[in-house]
Design a protein around this ligand. Structure first.
Ligand code: PMV
Length: 331
């Protein structure tokens, strides 16, 4: 297959030349939680996924301000300057290179997250989406949402879903340049849907999701089953939302997360993000379900659990999991 580098992929989205049209620009983007996961890339460089994925936005945001800097890129996260050798600084600069009008142009980036640091919610998706939106205003690009979604994807795959609120579907696309791999909003909302975070460990992951993704695609025999499963799960999730069929929705969401972890367990070497507390909490969810509480979970590349339930079950869920922290979903 024809390979396209990030600069060329970005050049398809951006105008021929640009310079700042304002002194500073600020934008916000929501955190999103995948209900059908993005797990595996068909193109590592452009973050093009093997499958579609489907997410819901949370009422937690990253807000980013972009300015021009004098001598080098400076990036602050929650008012603390990022060391220039930190992995996140390096990733941001690599992304900023796509927007840099000339090699002697530098950026000053100030980013704040409303996500409590210990909540275990990934902020790279909201972070790259907010940065993309702020750059769009800073340079007056006037890109439409589709292009903004593609550009955010070049920072972090799941960031392409954070340019929208509500339920969002990232369609994988098929073009080698990624121009048809962007998110689209799903035109339905479920006001009774609730999500709570079960924070089991604030510790740093033993292996990044990026590395784990690559390893599973390359070595897990179970990965061959994944693409077809995601199609089935995504359809079941979207139908569950349309028909307000919570058990069908919850089963598909939970199965999808477990299947993603099954691809990790079966990779060489195996990857396991679960802790004993993760397993006992899953058992507790299944126990609660047996006792008639409609409760399901999802989890990402980490040990923490996100509980999903309807408003009518909120009291019972919190009696099983008093330490769970309910988070507002954003239509
Ligand atoms: O966008 P990345 O590279 O941070 O990968 C996200 C992977 C998962 O969070 C596990 C799944 C998803 O769809 O968000």
């Amino acid at each position: 297959m024809q390979r396209i580098d990030r600069k060329s992929a970005a050049a398809i989205l951006l105008p021929l030349s640009w310079s700042p049209v304002v002194e500073s620009a600020t934008a916000s983007a929501p955190v999103n939680i995948a209900l059908a996961k993005y797990w595996g890339k068909r193109d590592e460089e452009l973050h093009l996924p093997v499958t579609d994925s489907f997410s819901v936005a949370l009422d937690h945001h990253t807000t980013t301000t972009v300015r021009q800097a004098i001598a080098s890129d400076d990036i602050t996260l929650n008012s603390i300057p990022l060391p220039t050798d930190s992995p996140f600084y390096i990733r941001c600069v690599k992304f900023l290179d796509l927007a840099r009008p000339s090699p002697s142009f530098f950026f000053s980036i100030a980013t704040t997250n409303t996500v409590p640091t210990a909540a275990g919610l990934a902020s790279s998706a909201s972070g790259f989406a907010a940065l993309t939106l702020a750059l769009n205003t800073f340079f007056g690009w006037n890109l439409n949402r589709q292009k903004l979604s593609c550009l955010a994807r070049l920072g972090s795959g799941s960031a392409c879903r954070s340019v929208y609120t509500g339920f969002v579907r990232w369609q994988k696309g098929s073009s080698p340049d990624g121009s048809d791999s962007y998110a689209i909003p799903y035109d339905d909302w479920w006001p009774e849907l609730n999500l709570a975070i079960l924070m089991l460990s604030p510790q740093e992951k033993p292996i990044s999701s990026r590395q784990a993704m690559r390893l599973t695609v390359e070595t897990s025999p179970v990965y061959a089953l994944w693409p077809e499963q995601v199609v089935k799960d995504t359809i079941a999730i979207m139908t569950g939302i349309r028909e307000r069929n919570f058990p069908a929705f919850g089963q598909a969401v939970e199965r999808n997360a477990l299947m993603m972890h099954a691809t990790m367990f079966t990779s060489t070497p195996p990857v396991c993000y679960w802790l004993e507390k993760t397993i006992s909490s899953m058992n507790m969810v299944w126990q609660a379900r047996k006792q008639g509480v409609e409760l399901y979970f999802t989890m990402d590349a980490g040990p923490n659990i996100k509980l999903l339930y309807l408003q009518q079950d909120a009291q019972s869920v919190l009696s099983y999991f008093p330490q769970a922290r309910a988070v507002t979903l954003l239509p």
